[in-house]
Design a protein around this ligand. Sequence first.
Ligand code: PLP
Length: 383
Amino acid sequence: MFPERGASEEEVLRELEEKTREDLTFDSGKILGSMCTYPHPFAVKVVMKYIDRNLGDPGLHIGSQKIEKEAVDMLANLLGLEKGYGHIVSGGTEANILAVRAMRNLAGIEKPELILPESAHFSFIKAAEMLGVKLVWAELNDDYTVNVKDVEKKITDRTIGIVGIAGTTGLGVVDDIPALSDLALDYGLPLHVDAAFGGFVIPFAKALGYEIPDFDFRLKGVKSITIDPHKMGMVPIPAGGIIFREKKFLDSISVLAPYLAGGKIWQATITGTRPGANALAVWAMIKHLGFDGYKEVVKEKMELARWFASELKKIPGIYLIREPVLNIVSFGSEKLEELEKELKARGWGVSAHRGYIRIVVMPHVKREHLEEFLRDLREIAKR
Ligand code: PLP
């Protein structure tokens, strides 16, 4: 009920505290199955300082608009381009929707079809429904990467583009993007890479010597990439990223916003009014940590994930779905449902995904949390 009279701040805060007691918090170390994390304190500081900035009306916040462009360019640069075109958006879902929208608008064909791996994130289902695009699912190989031959078989004259994934939601697998890029070039189709998770992991992991396929704009067939700073970038939610290789992709999804206080602008994002503070935090975090800072974070989490995977293998009745590629470790068991229920009852924030439990070794996940989790898992699996 909408209250007749207001309450004091203290009263309202007390009620909030009570009501959020049921929430799991990232700093408790109990959330092991999420791609989000406790944001970096510096990013929080930036968001609080610039909380009023609205990138939906950039004529008013000209400085913030320039900073967003610089953030997009720095992300493009990380992904192998000197200059990119795109936006800091609300997350991977919006970024993927924008990519599909651009592919559809540029193709301009009736009954458009998009080919994507069976492992693709459900945001593409939303995109397809909203945009009237038919999804054509490509099969996976035994190692859970997309079967490129099957992708080729599914190309028709209605195909508007191909999607590859660099860091799948369930297993953190990286598709054979070089082969998909060649295929896209052969057929004159755009390739969109969903690196919502992997974008802030793979460049650093590769620099550390991990063997991971190329996935970014260095491959000529790649025309757009989703990369989310609110995952491994440690920026507060909402902060996603969509980067296009060429301006025409952005132009194809821009509509005229005629009435804004800051003057007429062309707007490409799904959201109108949108947080400038988070875009500024993306810029600030990249400046603050730099390549070396992010590499340190990724080094620690990749090593922890490998140690965790080796410990899991020692537990009878537990098996790895596949060796980890990034900092995601997924495991199965014959008693998966029971296991999930018991782990949840013990306060662990995990869930059984398509027949396995996924652990994402995010920045807030420390070795002691995983040790405690392993103790519980050993106990439950023994029964
Ligand atoms: N793409 C991939 C590969 C993801 O794993 C996710 C989320 O987990 C998304 C897209 C969607 O991102 P968001 O939840 O930020 O919209």
